[in-house]
Design a protein around this ligand. Structure first.
Ligand SMILES: O=C(O)CCC(=O)C(=O)O
Length: 268
């Protein structure tokens, strides 16, 4: 572990406290240019192939893609590079500060919409699968759902409502988020904070909180989704997105993927 990482991990309590209190934390200059160059090469190949396969969706709606480690758009050598990065000592040491036993859930790639008319939108990631009652319960307890965002360009980042990962919406926030009473989900909200990030930084934010993307600066950011190994969400991880057995010996911390495999095996 290098000196900087030791120092960050030594500040693990501070990191955890900020993440728990505000729903996000930024670690400046964590990644070296060499690490990022390797990842960027693979992400660019993925993005080109994904765009070709999803032209209409990309042109009209998309702001992100997912399942980067699957076999559809990358060969095994390229996938291995992503797996190596995902379970590198650096990321895992930091993930362990905010999650007890980190397990791999998914990856996403965020970019600027090709459609310049596309507005950003306030949301919580839990709103798509759960009722309001269930969402409220998940905000009171339940897994924290961190995204580990690695920006490949300096970008305007994500706009968040600090603290909203553990409380329900104010009446105004709810109207905007669900577009009630003539409000739009892109309307500005009070008490928001824009989390600008630079290449080299790591942003950790809870996807349970009220947030929206801030488009521009040709953003290109990898989100790694890790969850605690007892999360029910792990049952949805596709085998196709996990490393093959023979790749395991090349990985620094294969346990992150092994936990996901174990959860899949016990799903029935
Ligand atoms: O960067 C964005 O577009 C927002 C991020 C987001 O919506 C998400 O991670 O759920």
């Amino acid at each position: 572990m290098n000196r900087y990482l030791k120092q960050i991990c030594g500040q693990g309590k501070v990191l955890l406290e900020q993440y728990q209190a505000e729903g996000y934390a930024i670690i400046k200059g964590l990644f070296t240019p060499t690490q990022l160059n390797t990842v960027q090469t693979v992400l660019s190949i993925f993005h080109r192939n994904w765009q070709k396969a999803n032209q209409a969706f990309y042109q009209q709606h998309a702001i992100n893609s997912a399942y980067l480690t699957a076999k559809q758009h990358l060969n095994d050598e390229q996938r291995l590079m992503l797996f190596e990065f995902i379970c590198s000592d650096k990321l895992v040491a930091i993930a362990e500060k905010v999650i007890k036993n980190p397990a791999f859930l998914n990856t996403q790639l965020f970019f600027d919409p090709a459609n310049s008319e596309k507005n950003n939108y306030w949301h919580r990631d839990i709103q798509y699968d759960f009722s309001h009652r269930q969402q409220k319960a998940m905000l009171e307890s339940g897994p924290s759902m961190p995204h580990f965002r690695i920006p490949l360009t300096s970008e305007k980042g994500v706009e968040v409502i600090p603290g909203s990962h553990k409380r329900w919406d104010t009446p105004k926030e709810l109207e905007v988020r669900i577009e009630a009473n003539g409000k739009h989900s892109y309307d500005d909200l009070p008490n928001s904070r824009i989390l600008e990030v630079e290449r080299g930084d790591l942003l950790i934010f809870s996807a349970k909180m009220l947030h929206r993307g801030v488009y521009g600066n040709n953003r290109f950011a990898l989100d790694i989704l890790l969850v605690d190994d007892d999360s029910a969400n792990l049952r949805s991880v596709s085998q196709d997105c996990l490393p093959d057995r023979k790749m395991f010996e090349r990985l620094a911390n294969p346990i992150v993927f092994e936990r996901a495999m174990k959860a899949r095996r016990t799903k029935d």
